[in-house]
Design a protein around this ligand. Structure first.
Ligand code: ADP
Ligand code: MG
Length: 305
């Protein structure tokens, strides 16, 4: 009897990590569990499944098939419905149908050459699905689900700079995530948080090209068809939903400070999120400022001194 009980006792938690290349970026998964390997395997399979599903340029992917006249159904339909909802509630700042526009600028997965399109080309552009603005957020969200199903209650998943968090640190304290300062190459501050959270950063410094001394980056303003000129360098969004966090980080880059703060207010009943913005003139704007943990959001942001 004693032996049997000993056999049933929970194994101590151990941590295990995995690095994968997917969605055009390097991802790092760290999970804590008594038997982490199967959970990690399942999470990695999920990432590859979503990469294959959402890659617009990969023949046979669901997005590719949809763009070539295929049916809108199943998981893609659900994700697209959410993406359209975010488009509508962001006043069109986030738009999942910019594929052809991105291709014109050479930012598409069709990997055309970088160039500045003519006004005629911009006016003529057709609508083509591109989920590059939410793929990582959706993957992060799904990975947390898969990990939970496999008995994992704490994890840190870095999806190429965006981070999905689950639970708390093994010692019961909050996770600490450094928020990068694009200008200084340093960090802006430390975010302390726990639970299921997604922290997405979009920046105009991530992908760009230069022509005649002008810099053109990959976050496009759907209203102009051109790279957003909102005065922002980067936007970090913290939200319990990975898809919303990822999409809103892009939308905030398009909208700029005032409109983004107004958007946050207008969405208060739909989705709770916080924003950390860095502007071109070096200002940093937080909706989660303060050293005291904010009871309503469950996290604190401490500025680097
Ligand atoms: P990254 O994937 O580099 O972290 P983001 O999360 O900021 O970048 O998403 C940028 C990607 O989203 C672009 O590469 C493009 O595929 C797509 N995109 C660009 N502008 C928009 C927009 N206004 N709305 C939706 N998607 C966009
Ligand atoms: Mg993003």
């Amino acid at each position: 009897m004693v032996l049997l009980l000993a056999g049933c006792a929970a194994k101590p938690e151990e941590s295990a990590s995995r690095t994968v290349f997917a969605m055009d970026t390097i991802m790092n998964l760290t999970v804590y569990a008594s038997d982490p390997a199967p959970a990690l395997d399942a999470a990695v399979r999920e990432i590859y499944r979503l990469d294959a599903m959402l890659a617009r340029g990969t023949e046979g992917s669901e997005v590719y098939r949809y763009n070539h006249g295929g049916a809108r159904e199943g998981e893609l339909d659900e994700l697209l419905t959410l993406a359209e909802n975010i488009r509508d509630s962001s006043g069109g700042a986030f738009d999942p149908y910019l594929g052809a526009l991105l291709d014109l600028w050479g930012f598409g997965s069709g990997a055309g050459e970088h160039r500045v399109p003519s006004d005629e080309e911009l006016a003529d552009v057709s609508a083509l699905l591109d989920l590059g603005g939410i793929a990582k957020g959706y993957a992060g969200q799904r990975v947390l689900e898969v990990l939970k199903k496999n008995g994992v209650s704490r994890a840190v998943v870095d999806l190429g700079g965006d981070v999905a968090l689950l639970g708390k640190k093994p010692d019961g304290s909050d996770w600490h995530v450094a928020i990068r300062d694009p200008g200084e190459g340093n960090y802006l501050g430390i975010l302390s948080t726990s639970g299921s959270k997604y922290i997405a950063t979009s920046g105009v410094y991530e992908r760009f090209f230069e022509e005649n001394g002008i810099r053109y980056h990959h976050i496009l303003d759907p209203r102009t068809g051109r790279p957003a000129e909102s005065g922002l360098v980067s936007a970090t969004v913290i939200c319990e939903s990975g898809v919303w966090a990822d999409a809103l980080a892009t939308a905030v880059c398009v909208l700029g400070v005032e409109d983004s703060l107004a958007l946050r207010d207008s969405l208060a009943d739909t989705v709770k999120f916080d924003i950390i913005i860095v502007t071109e003139d070096g200002r940093a704007i937080y909706t989660c400022d303060g050293l005291e943990p904010d009871e309503s959001s469950g996290y604190a942001f401490e500025r680097a001194s």
